[in-house]
Design a protein around this ligand. Structure first.
Ligand code: PLP
Length: 296
C-alpha cells in the first residue's frame, strides 16, 4: 500500500448537471501522475480554496467542521457550492488507500478551474504524516510579525478574503523564512493596529489560570477546527473558555501559550520574541492525547 493517494473530483460543483447520473463523483488515480493544466487558475493565480484534515488511525478528524469551513471559503470566493457528500466520500476513499499509520493527513483543493471554463478543478490528496514529536514536547520558538491589516479588516474589506482558507499562501510561507532569519520556528501575526491574530497555519491559544482563551473570530483569521476540539477538552476538564481581543503585551502575561493546528496539533511556545516562556507540559500532553484520539 502507498504512503500517498489521490482522488480527482469530477466537476466538483453541486450545480454541474453532468455530475449525475452517469458521471463519476471522483476517481482514485496514481498520485505520481500529472493531471493539472498549466492554465488552471489555482496554479496561475492561487485562485481557489483548500483544507488540510488530520487523520488519526485511519479516521479523519473534525471532518465536518473542515467541510463546513471549505464550503464557507467557497462562498467567500464566489465559487460554486462544493458537493460535500462527494468530497466526504473522496476523503474516506483516499484515506483507505494509505498504508495504515497512526497519523496522516488529507488535503482537499478546489480551484476556479481552467481559465475560460467555468468548472472548478478539485482533488483530495492523502499522505502519511511526518514526525512532530519535538514541536509537541520541547515546544517552538515564535516571533510576532505585523500582518499589515487592521483587526477589523474582515468587516471593512471583505474582498481581501482574510477569513477564507484560500490557496494564496505565499505570504504564509514567506513569514516562516522571516522567522528562520530571526532564529525562530513559527510566527504569530499581529494586526497593524496592534492585536494578536493567528499563526500562518495555526490558531493562538493561551491559558490564564483555569481559562483557555483564543483571539476572537471576525478578526480576519480562520476559525480553527483544532481550537474547537481543544475548547471541548477544556470544558471537560472544568476549565472556562473564551474569546478575547488582546495585544502582544497582554499575551506575554499568559501562563502558557500554544499554536494549534490540524496536523501538528498543540505546539507549546517555549520562546516568544526571544524571551523564554514557561511550557505547561501536563496540559500540552492532555491536549495532544485528546487530538490524537479524536474521531469525527
Ligand atoms: N489559521 C490559519 C491561517 C491556518 O492556515 C490554519 C490551518 O491551516 C489554522 C489557523 C488552524 O486551523 P485548523 O485548526 O482547522 O487546522
Amino acid at each position: 500500500m502507498p504512503t500517498t493517494a489521490l482522488a480527482l473530483l469530477n466537476r466538483p460543483s453541486a450545480q454541474a448537471p453532468e455530475h449525475k447520473p452517469g458521471g463519476f463523483a471522483f476517481k482514485l488515480v496514481d498520485p505520481a501522475g500529472q493531471y493539472l493544466s498549466v492554465l488552471d487558475l489555482g496554479v496561475t493565480r492561487g485562485d481557489g480554496i483548500f483544507e488540510t484534515i488530520s487523520v488519526g488511525d485511519g479516521a479523519p478528524q473534525a471532518l465536518e467542521p473542515h467541510l463546513r469551513r471549505f464550503a464557507r471559503s467557497a462562498a467567500a470566493l464566489g465559487m460554486p457550492e462544493p458537493d460535500l457528500d462527494a468530497w466526504r466520500t473522496a476523503i474516506l476513499a483516499v484515506i483507505s488507500e494509505l498504508d495504515p499509520a497512526p497519523e496522516a493527513w488529507v488535503k482537499t483543493v478546489m480551484t476556479r478551474g481552467i481559465e475560460g471554463d467555468s468548472r472548478p478543478s478539485g482533488w483530495a490528496y492523502a499522505s502519511v504524516s511526518g514526525d512532530f514529536t519535538a514541536a509537541r514536547t520541547e515546544g517552538i520558538r515564535v516571533v510576532t510579525l505585523d500582518r499589515g491589516y487592521r483587526h477589523d479588516v474582515e468587516r471593512t474589506s471583505p474582498w481581501l478574503l482574510t477569513g477564507a482558507k484560500t490557496l494564496s499562501y505565499a505570504v504564509n510561507r514567506s513569514v516562516l523564512r522571516e522567522a528562520a532569519r530571526r532564529n525562530a520556528d513559527d510566527v504569530i501575526f499581529v494586526s497593524s493596529d496592534g492585536y494578536v491574530l493567528e499563526g500562518p497555519t495555526s490558531t493562538v491559544l493561551y491559558r490564564r489560570g483555569d481559562r483557555l482563551l483564543t483571539p476572537g473570530t471576525g478578526l480576519g483569521i480562520l476559525e480553527g477546527t483544532t481550537q474547537g476540539s481543544l475548547f471541548e477538552l477544556a470544558a471537560r476538564r472544568g476549565m472556562r473558555t473564551g474569546f478575547e481581543l488582546l495585544t502582544p503585551a497582554e499575551l506575554e502575561t499568559a501562563d502558557a501559550i500554544w499554536l494549534v493546528s490540524s496536523v501538528r496539533h498543540a505546539a507549546p511556545i517555549r520562546e516568544l520574541d526571544g524571551t523564554p516562556r514557561p511550557v505547561d507540559a501536563e496540559l500540552t500532553t492532555a491536549m495532544n492525547d485528546h487530538l490524537a484520539n479524536r474521531v469525527s
